[in-house]
Design a protein around this ligand. Sequence first.
Ligand code: KG4
Ligand code: ZN
Length: 369
Amino acid sequence: MHKSIIALGIESSCDDTSIGVIKVTRKDNTLVSEKLGLVTLSQEKLHKGYGGIVPEIAARAHSERVDTCFKKVLKENNIKLYDIDIICVTQGPGLIGGLISGINFAKGLAFSTEKPLIGVNHLVGHALTPQMTDDLSYPYLLLLASGGHCQYLAVLGANEIKRLGTTIDDAPGEVFDKVAKMLSLPIFSGSEVEKWAKKGDKSRFSFPLPLINKNECDLSFSGLKSSVRRQVDYLVEKQSGLYLRDQRDICASFQKSMKLIFEQKTKKALELFSKVSSVKSLSFSLAGGVAANKEIRNSLRELCDNLGVRFSAPPLDLCTDNGLMIAYAGTQMYLGGQVDDMDLSPRPRWPIDIGNQHSLGFGKRGRKV
Ligand code: KG4
Ligand code: ZN
């Protein structure tokens, strides 16, 4: 690599249309990245009334907005189309309609400008994100916890990622969203639960910690979700509704259970990781929307400090889905020799670790990979 590479990254696998532009330069054998621009168009308002993401609405919104998003990121950051060297796009996993919109747009750009096209695995995008902001070299252990996924990944190289554990049922972000809905909070999101938990009593309810004593790092959240549901139903039956105090206390107690599950499972995952990585000083990082939760983030930071493990976590806007992570991961794929052609097609179910078995269970995007 003789000069810097300017990469465009298009992300449209779920409910945000996001395009980022990044400049990547090799310095002393490491890649240094500089954010040139990022525009994310949220679909939160479009799906709000439905209690979840409606795939058809998401697909239509992506196809209508991807062009606007592209023009906006260039204009706001004074970037010219001819400045861009490579076009990277999320190829999967995700909702097929959104993936098609992003891929078709990327193909059009690559074809008309004769620039290389690179299809990127969304999960690899999350897995490499911490390198953008922290001086983090391979290998490291990553916890990817989002609305569609929950996995402990041994990131040994850009194309060598091993899954050490995964959820066997729901994804944690999905459960945060459902708890917000059960409690009728103003927004059905984990960030809202976190907000309400601040004024709650976390010791009032003791919710279960599924799989906590199993000597592996697979996770389970559906029992915790059902237990919150039963508690809500019980209180509604007994008092004919929920008081503000109940909502806050349930949020705080539920969040505490989530934190304890992640603490225990991260301990187990670090033990496993030390065996597969064979390095003395371990590094641990977080990615995905749930990594934005300060209580979970801080407790994992503390755990790592106590175990002498290096901790890093990307800033909040890079934890959630974004085009920059696709641009950065795409650059690494390109440097590794990957260039795709006009046959590039969406892969809605694309496991990050091909050698690993599928897990049981379904999430909001179907069977877990
Ligand atoms: O990674 P992401 O943007 O999208 C995917 O699901 O791939 O993650 C979104 C998820 C949502 O379920 C949202 O409720 C959750 O991350 N989330 C949070 C917080 N902020 C976002 N969960 C807990 N605490 C938060 N502060
Ligand atoms: Zn994601």
